[in-house]
Design a protein around this ligand. Structure first.
Ligand SMILES: [Ca+2]
Length: 442
């Protein structure tokens, strides 16, 4: 791996350099004849230019059993393919306004733009419920990415009369995991991969959600106390980097300890202080998750507690919510019900997960879903490049899970060019180009 650079821009600009435009060799509707045993081309329509997107051939199709995909083939093509990833448990509508906008952005720059729903519809099967179907789980975990890339390249070859000169993938969150999955499992598919805030250790992240949810169930902390928590953290940590600027350069250097650094309530739960139970819950959240004497997931770095541009703490709604369940409950519970164990249990309560005893029970799932294989040598040898970023103040995905895996890969495989730079301070769970004051991936 040559670089794990932190950049403020994606691959678009770099990708355009030296590109030569090509035009279609056949009619758009002719692509429907590519239907074969595995691939069904449902429609191929020439879409006139609009203010958002240039004239292009929009192809909708499906790979067996039901991996939905869409590929936009601009009439003026720059010779390159761009595929973008999914979020959360995927299953997005491929023609949603947000996804159409992403495809249009790529096509304006001349790219053929590809996307997949990963093999299910979230509208029909919300969150992780689709995973009761083993094939849908495998498609979500990795297969849909590869077969969609293959289908997109088939369409490109047929439409323009030749393969793409370069192929790129970009994704954030689940999309970031998808990017690393591609580099690890299918190193020939893409030349360049932008990996944003990847949930590369998916199962470990869910176990850490269990840890947080169980800790906060035992000692709930109201959102009204989060400003005080943030105030105490920033009072201790902000200036440690030499500049009191509202940013914590590296939370690992702060040494914040709830039991020492927070005001403790003398008599019951009062505003302006934390009870012993609440301090204990925070110690668990900031501490490593340990199972059978082994650290299975790093503790959460401080920093995301502070309010973002929406006026709400970064922990809201991920860890703590004003009313209703935080996001960690929905994401963690659906994982445990439908993916974690060999036999799905729709009634599984995440409070029954035993952090000491149960993590090894998810190992078969980890091998399928996690993108933690540090061996990126095949991707490197074929000239692949990864640009990966994480935000220190990501309340959804712990940035400490990323660097460790990549450093291990660099150390184990003797990378001469690999570099892991620190996460970006002041950045939450958000694509980097949209990072200012934003905390959620779209
Ligand atoms: Ca600072």
């Amino acid at each position: 791996m040559r670089l794990f650079r932190i950049l403020s821009a994606g691959l678009f600009c770099a990708g355009l350099i030296g590109a030569q435009n090509a035009k279609p060799a056949i009619g758009c509707g002719d692509l429907r004849s590519l239907t074969n045993y595995e691939i069904s081309i449902a429609s191929a329509l020439l879409v006139p230019a609009t203010a958002d997107a240039p004239e292009h051939c929009r192809v909708s199709g499906q790979v067996l059993p039901q991996v939905g995909f869409e590929v936009g083939l601009p009439t003026e093509w720059n010779g390159r393919l761009y595929m973008f990833g999914n979020g959360g448990y995927a299953g997005e509508a491929l023609d949603s306004a947000a996804r159409r906008a992403t495809a249009a952005r790529a096509m304006r720059l001349g790219y053929a733009a590809a996307e997949t729903d990963t093999g299910h519809s979230a509208a029909a099967e919300p969150l992780g419920s689709f995973a009761v179907d083993r094939q849908k789980f495998l498609d979500y975990a990795f297969r849909s990415l590869h077969v969609t890339a293959e289908a997109a390249k088939l369409l490109v070859r047929s439409y323009y009369g030749g393969p793409p000169k370069r192929s790129y993938f970009e994704g954030c969150s689940t999309g970031g995991r998808q990017g690393l999955t591609l580099a690890q499992r299918f190193p020939a598919d893409f030349d360049g991969i932008v990996v944003g805030a990847p949930v590369l250790n998916f199962s470990g992240t869910m176990v850490s959600y269990v840890n947080n949810v169980q800790a906060l169930k035992a000692a709930p902390i109201p959102t009204s106390k989060l400003p005080l928590l943030a105030e105490k953290i920033y009072a201790k940590c902000d200036a440690k980097d030499g500049l009191k600027d509202g940013l914590i350069d590296d939370p690992r250097r702060c040494g914040f300890q709830p039991s020492r650094d927070l005001p403790k309530c003398d008599a019951g739960d009062q505003p302006g202080c934390f009870t012993g139970g609440q301090i204990g819950a925070l110690e668990k959240i900031y501490g490593d998750v340990v199972s059978q004497g082994k650290r299975v997931f790093p503790g959460w770095p401080v920093g995301a507690e502070i309010a973002g541009s929406n006026g709400r703490s970064g922990w809201d709604p991920w860890m703590i919510r004003e009313s209703g369940s935080p996001t960690e409950v929905a994401f963690g519970e659906t994982f445990l019900r439908y993916m974690a164990f060999p036999k799905p249990d729709p009634a599984y309560d995440m409070l029954q997960f035993n952090l000491d005893r149960d993590p090894p029970k998810t190992e078969a799932t980890n091998l399928i879903l996690d993108a933690t294989d540090p061996d990126l040598s095949r991707f490197e040898q074929r000239g692949g490049r990864i640009l990966m970023y994480f935000g220190w103040a990501d309340p959804a995905l712990n940035p400490l899970m990323g660097g460790r895996v990549l450093r291990a890969g660099i150390a184990a495989h003797g990378r001469r060019h690999g570099r892991v730079l620190p996460p970006v301070h002041g950045t939450g769970h958000v694509p980097l180009q949209r990072r200012r004051g934003r905390r959620h991936v779209r």
